[in-house]
Design a protein around this ligand. Structure first.
Ligand code: NAP
Length: 307
């Protein structure tokens, strides 16, 4: 790590938004640094197949996509640090970010840290997390080969991961609190036609049961309580901004905490940009995150360089 280096742009998060910002920034001559908590590619690395990114007619595995992103940044000699962001001081002209991988300073900063799963906040959810309660099918599906499981949610993630989980589980209860899915039609059509998936409409989960591992759930269906024997539960109840490190920053957000930006990805804090899923936006996809990142880096180039 270069001591006391003042970067043009510190990029918080190495998902498609942050990585694309690094790509565009580096190619335009900015000195950029990427700080990523897990793996380049971020959340997409936990997706079995990315099926809707242009130019991949057969889709691409999420982890492979992440590795390609990393290779592309390495080819450009972009420094990438893996660590947890502890504190971000972004109000001043010089931005400073403290992480478990060291402290970074920059003239501008891009917040591209994405989202994290919402909890159901029910009994047993936290105590049995990792022991049958999961938020990541790609990570944990193999533990449920031949088993009976539940998936909660009705959005794209719940539908997509249910389809993936059918490769492992013998039986899946897909539990949705309403009588219509929120996810896109083509995923709905697929899920509705899988014999091993039983859809429980108008149903909520009120408790996850088990001593050392999940062995059942209590559900409420059309107002009636019922117990269901299952071996595991995958929760896809939407996502919230991954922004705990911004706690003390006075930055404009919507009522759910998603950061409001201009069309150039500028936030309400001068020199601070946001891109990808953490932004208040109409569509949260890899392609839109990448586009946000490209725009943000180009806006930084415009701000710092005079042609
Ligand atoms: P989402 O679209 O917000 O859907 C969350 C689902 O969870 C909704 O069906 C919601 O029910 C349900 N839910 C929320 N809180 C709940 C609770 N407390 N109890 C029970 N159910 C609850 O979230 P997501 O599916 O994680 O997707 C997030 C974003 O990523 C979306 O923009 C999505 O399009 C995108 N994404 C896209 C793909 C893809 O294109 N292949 C894949 C994954 C994610 P209601 O419907 O009743 O609100």
């Amino acid at each position: 790590m270069e001591e006391n280096k003042l970067y043009d742009l510190i990029i918080l998060g190495g998902g498609p938004a942050g990585a694309t910002a690094a790509l565009y920034g580096a190619r335009a001559g900015l000195s950029v640094v990427v700080i990523e908590q897990m793996a380049l590619g971020g959340e997409i690395c936990a997706t079995d197949r990315l099926d809707n990114f242009p130019a991949f007619p057969d889709g691409i595995n999420g982890a492979e996509f992440g590795m390609l992103l990393q290779k592309q940044l390495e080819n450009l000699e972009v420094p990438i640090y893996f660590g947890r962001i502890e504190k971000a001081m972004l109000e001043e002209d010089i931005k400073s970010v403290q992480t478990s991988a060291g402290e970074f300073t920059g003239k501008t900063a891009l917040i591209a840290t994405g989202t994290e799963p919402n909890l159901l906040n029910i009994e047993g959810e936290l105590s049995l997390r990792g022991r049958g309660v999961s938020y990541c099918a790609t990570c944990d599906a193999a533990f449920f080969r031949g088993k009976t499981i539940a998936v909660v949610g009705g959005g794209d993630a719940a539908l997509e991961e249910t389809i993936f989980l059918t490769r492992f589980a013998e039986k899946i209860y897909l539990i949705h609190r309403r009588d219509k899915f929120r996810g896109c039609t083509w995923l709905q059509d697929k899920v509705l036609n899988i014999p091993s998936v039983e859809i429980l409409w108008n149903t909520t989960v009120s408790e996850i049961k088990g001593e050392n591992k999940v062995n059942g759930i209590k559900i409420k269906q059309d107002g009636k309580d019922r117990d269901l024997a299952i071996d595991g539960i995958f929760i896809y109840a939407g996502r919230k901004p991954n922004a705990a490190f911004l706690e003390n920053l006075d930055i404009n957000c919507d009522d759910r905490g998603f950061i409001i930006t201009s069309s150039k990805m500028e936030t309400s804090v001068p020199g601070v940009y946001a891109a990808g899923d953490i932004r208040k936006t109409f569509l949260r996809q890899v392609i839109t995150a990448a586009a946000d990142g490209a725009i943000a880096a180009t806006a930084v180039v415009q701000k710092l360089f005079t042609y």
